[in-house]
Design a protein around this ligand. Structure first.
Ligand SMILES: [Zn+2]
Length: 249
């Protein structure tokens, strides 16, 4: 024993600081002794935790949190109350739609810690009632309203997008996505080259008309007249046959 410590004091390697209560029963609480009790009811065991909530109404957002020591019952009660409120109050501003799922996700951490605790004992008053689980609270199920609206809105936007795109598609002259079908008698102008054709039909009297479609619907060019060009198969009704293009000039 080092001589600088008087014999009545604990040596420094003892796990409790010297000012701590010397009650030998305190050792039964383990290294965390003396653990503070639940801040609501004073019961043991309790853990330090932060439970969060979120409200969003138009451009107003409120970030709620409750920190402190929670026993199992008071912790679960707080978690369920704040999460249930978040589930129906947390969706009504643009940013909240992203913040609320995060808030609910973060709350799963304290929730699992509360659930690992033993039932509360020795509080100065009864612990809070955890109440029904989240899935059995009608107000928590109100989150289905914005979710349903969103689920309905996405297909509607998709359809609107398709409808808005459609006239653009048919007036498009690129012909890559959906080439028009050539019929005998059509006059065409090729805006591309012969390897990557970009045919558009126009009036045969037009100065831009280059070729007249003289034959359609065969698989090779042998039936075309000498000097004819072959239209790409994408311009046929079945997508597999060619058309003969006879130069107009
Ligand atoms: Zn408590």
């Amino acid at each position: 024993m080092p001589q600088q410590y008087p014999p009545h004091q604990y040596p420094p390697q003892h796990q409790y600081p010297p000012h701590q209560h010397p009650d030998p029963y305190a050792q039964s609480y383990g290294a965390a002794a003396p653990a503070p009790g639940c801040m609501f009811c004073g019961a043991q065991p309790a853990v330090q935790a932060t439970v969060r909530g979120h409200q969003g109404i138009l451009y107003v957002m409120r970030f709620l949190s409750r920190s402190g020591m929670f026993c199992r019952s008071c912790g679960l009660a707080t978690y369920r109350e704040m999460s249930a409120k978040t589930l129906w109050q947390g969706w009504w501003s643009p940013l909240s739609v992203a913040i609320t799922p995060l808030t609910l996700l973060i709350n799963l951490g304290p929730r699992s810690r509360f659930r690992k605790l033993a039932p509360p004992m020795g509080g100065f008053r009864p612990p809070l009632d955890p109440g029904k689980s989240l899935t059995r609270r009608p107000e928590a199920m109100l989150f289905l309203v914005p979710m349903t609206l969103l689920a309905l809105l996405l297909p509607v936007l998709f359809i609107i997008g398709l409808l808005a795109d459609d006239p653009h598609d048919s007036s498009s002259t690129t012909g890559v996505e959906k080439a028009q079908t050539l019929v005998v008698g059509d006059c065409v102008h090729n805006d591309g080259d012969w390897h990557d054709q970009d045919l558009r039909t126009l009036d045969c009297g037009s100065a831009d008309a280059q070729f007249k479609v003289t034959r359609t619907g065969h698989s090779s060019g042998e039936q075309c007249a000498d000097g004819d060009y072959l239209a790409d198969t994408k311009y046929s009704s079945d997508g597999m046959t060619t058309s003969c293009l006879t130069p107009l000039r």
